[in-house]
Design a protein around this ligand. Structure first.
Ligand code: NAP
Length: 476
């Protein structure tokens, strides 16, 4: 091994360690930022190591790619709102998968043209073909799947599940066709004339499967799907690493594949949904029931509250638990939430934030927004940690959350969310909910909490209501 190769391998090893430390950092909110920094440094080391490779024949196109990619990345990170993170993640997976697939196709094309130009050249070995086939099959379905996820979340494609008869059978059937083509590609010698036909047919089937598997999935289930597609993109990259004999790609791809898969399972579990229900259940459409489904609220009335009355309750409360949800993200109200918490604390009250694992629309959604607003990390409490504190809370302040505080998950076996662990807001002495209307949340079901005599609703956009509450608590 020459000095250059040794240096590159050391760079790859350092990059891999940094990726692992980066992932470890992301397990705790206070270490997440430094974890991201380590992972970014790891990527820089990996890129520099790769640029030292002797196989690079010219830097012209690489520099063009670097400049264009960096400009797009910088623009996205500066101007993209936090609420658009899920679609941003989807589109970056689409491009990651596109890169892996194009590398795979180029690798295959190169070997094939070499072989057909001079029959003296060797075809691809079974192992090489298995790595290449895997890379291209998962890569191609991830490209279109991720573009579809992006389109649904951004509103280019209707976000409601699109269903038709025999949909699951068609999707599973087509996926099986792609797998059979993959097996055939590995089994048949790559020198056979039919081989390229099967290869490009597998790419085409993969592209179609990517579109079809995302059609029946509702927009709000997309984070689970995106994380699954992330895992596919990781596996495709890992396979690219085997095809190119590149260690850092193998390791980074495997980390990506495993973490994406674990995250999808954790998200499904926190929603009390099976993985297959997310992928094949068309949740969020008619099957989930309309707003009328869930615990019966017939004959019960909703109590609304004014800003002044809510401010008095909050100003004199000793213990307040804030429950943020998707509505807080939509209203961009995190800074006002922090201001209100500070006001209450200045008056001697204690404020804690109860974070449900699937509040919002992506894992860690609430943590990221509250951290952006400088809410101290030690005030953010996980569900298991805070649930026991609700009975002694004077006020549970629900800000744009709905499903994650719906008691039907505990009490109503017929509810679509029955069994989902929830924040026990209904056990607090008083509940104040900030929302704009009686519209349901993501699950599309009624929430009996809003009809509980202890509960009062402050109707209006959360940001505006909170700004008024801050002033009113100051004046109280
Ligand atoms: P949610 O159940 O979707 O409810 C959001 C609430 O915010 C609604 O009641 C809505 O009512 C209110 N709202 C919307 N805009 C508002 C505004 N500008 N001001 C004030 N209120 C506003 O939210 P959640 O309780 O956070 O639950 C999350 C749901 O998403 C769960 O069902 C979860 O399973 C699902 N999910 C989460 C993830 C994840 O990773 N976090 C992934 C997939 C699915 P109005 O329209 O009346 O204002």
């Amino acid at each position: 091994m020459d000095a250059r190769t040794i240096f590159i391998q050391i760079a790859y090893l350092v990059a891999s360690v940094l990726f692992i430390l980066g992932l470890k950092g992301m397990t705790a909110p206070d270490k997440a930022r430094s974890g991201m920094g380590l992972a970014a440094l790891g990527m820089l080391v990996a890129v520099v190591g790769t640029l030292l490779s002797a196989e690079i024949v010219g830097f012209g196109w690489i520099i063009v790619g670097l400049v264009v990619g960096s400009a797009i990345g910088a623009a996205i990170s500066i101007w993209m709102p936090m609420t658009a993170v899920p679609q941003r993640t989807a589109i970056s997976h689409a491009f990651g998968a596109l890169a892996a697939t194009l590398v795979g196709i180029e690798h295959y094309h190169f070997h094939m043209t070499e072989f057909f130009a001079s029959h003296a050249a060797e075809g691809l070995s079974h192992v090489e073909m298995a790595a290449l086939g895997f890379e291209v099959m998962f890569g191609s379905l991830t490209i279109t799947g991720s573009f579809m996820a992006f389109g649904k979340l951004q509103g280019f494609i209707p976000s409601a599940p699109i269903t038709y008869r025999f949909q699951n059978q068609t999707n599973i059937g087509l996926f099986c066709v792609a797998v059979l083509l993959f097996i055939a590609l590995v089994a048949i010698p790559s020198t056979a004339a039919i081989h390229p036909v099967l290869f490009y047919l597998m790419v085409a089937v993969g592209i179609v499967v990517g579109v079809l598997i995302v059609l029946p999935i509702g927009g709000a289930d997309m984070p689970v799907v995106i994380s699954l597609l992330n895992s596919y993109a990781g596996l495709a990259s890992s396979a690219t690493g085997f095809a190119l004999q590149n260690n850092v790609l193998i390791i980074a791809g495997a980390l990506d594949g495993a973490s994406g898969f674990i995250l999808s399972i954790l998200m499904s579990r926190a929603m009390n949904r099976s993985f297959s229900n997310v992928l094949f259940g068309a949740f969020g459409g008619a099957a989930a029931g309309g707003a009328a489904a869930g615990e019966s609220t017939e004959g019960k009335t909703v109590r609304s509250i004014t800003v002044d009355d809510a401010a008095i309750q909050l100003a004199y409360a000793r213990h307040v638990i804030v429950i943020p949800g998707y509505g807080m993200a939509l209203a961009h109200a995190q800074h006002e939430v922090r201001e209100l918490a500070e006001q209450i604390e200045e008056r001697g009250g204690e404020v804690k934030f109860a974070i449900h694992p699937v509040a919002g629309r992506m894992p860690g959604h609430m943590n990221v927004l509250l951290a952006e607003a400088d809410v101290p990390y030690d005030k953010l409490c996980e569900m298991d940690e805070i649930n026991g504190e609700f009975p002694r809370a004077d006020v549970a302040l629900v800000i744009g959350a709905n499903d994650v505080v719906n008691p039907a998950a505990r009490n109503d076996p017929g509810s679509p969310i029955h069994g989902m662990p929830i924040l026990n807001a209904d056990e607090a002495k008083n509940v104040i909910v900030l929302k704009r209307s009686m519209n349901p949340g993501f699950a599309g079901i009624e929430n009996a909490l809003f009809y509980n005599p202890k509960c009062a609703i402050l109707f209006g956009d959360a940001k505006g209501s909170l700004a008024k509450l801050v002033q009113a608590v100051k004046a109280a």
